[in-house]
Design a protein around this ligand. Structure first.
Ligand code: C5P
Length: 223
């Protein structure tokens, strides 16, 4: 089955507090984006095309850095919201399966990509990696008063890559009226069944300054 991966990397990274878009922040000698693209290409899922979605002003720089890839690579401009960026990538994706993988998850193991694609091959229309929730979860009101403790055994923390049969993802985005925090959320709203496979703690997303410190420490041991 031919497979494309869309890598949304057009976020500003405001919560990270660095003075450049998050995917272009350095992690011990290589940008977050270049580490993510190396991880994407190390997986054994038969990728035909990678569509990298970046801020408009960084398209040329990204193209120049992306020589020597094993498959076709497109670099396109993103939009204001993550879903706008994924939609821009979707316009260039080809093949039966489309994966969407956050640039901000540079240490995602190849095995996670492989589990997602295996479940797509088994017939699931939409597949997401997820982890059990380890902390106790409480619902609170506007004044931080606890209303209840939530049953965490039925909850999963969802990561990327999220995989879709191409027509299912196209349908999810065609129906998308408003923004969602992930692509599977749009698929759910379009009535598409979403299946969870095992994620991995290494697939964590760099969001806060603490995450960046952790990522830099990991990167030092990684190379
Ligand atoms: O902001 P957040 O960490 O949830 O973003 C997840 C991924 O989506 C990041 O890799 C980020 O660069 C990307 N993104 C994007 N376009 C946006 C917002 C986020 O490509 N407008």
């Amino acid at each position: 089955m031919s497979t494309s991966v869309i890598v949304p990397a057009a976020g500003s990274g405001t919560r990270l507090g660095e003075n450049r878009p998050k995917a272009f922040v350095d992690l011990s000698g290589a940008t977050i984006l270049s580490r993510t693209l190396a991880a994407v290409q190390s997986s054994d899922v038969g990728l035909d095309r990678i569509v990298v979605v970046v801020p408009e002003e960084l398209i040329e720089q990204t193209r120049a850095e992306l020589t020597g890839s094993r498959c076709a690579v497109d670099v396109v401009a993103g939009g204001a919201e993550r879903s706008d960026s994924v939609r821009a990538g979707l316009a260039r994706a080809t093949g039966e399966f489309v994966l969407v993988h956050d640039a901000a998850r540079p240490f995602t193991p190849a095995a996670v990509f492989e589990r997602v694609v295996e479940a797509l091959r088994a017939g699931h229309q939409a597949v997401v990696p997820g982890l059990p929730v380890v902390d106790t979860l409480k619902r609170v009101d506007d004044e931080e008063q606890v209303l209840e403790t939530v049953d965490r055994s039925v909850l999963r923390a969802i990561q990327t890559p999220q995989g879709f049969h191409a027509d299912a993802l196209a349908r999810a985005y065609a129906d998308a009226g408003d923004v969602a925090t992930d692509d599977a959320g749009l698929a759910e709203r379009a009535g598409i069944a979403v299946h969870v496979v095992a994620g991995d703690p290494d697939a964590f997303k760099i969001t806060t300054p603490w995450d960046l410190r952790l990522a830099r420490a990991i990167a030092k041991g990684w190379d």
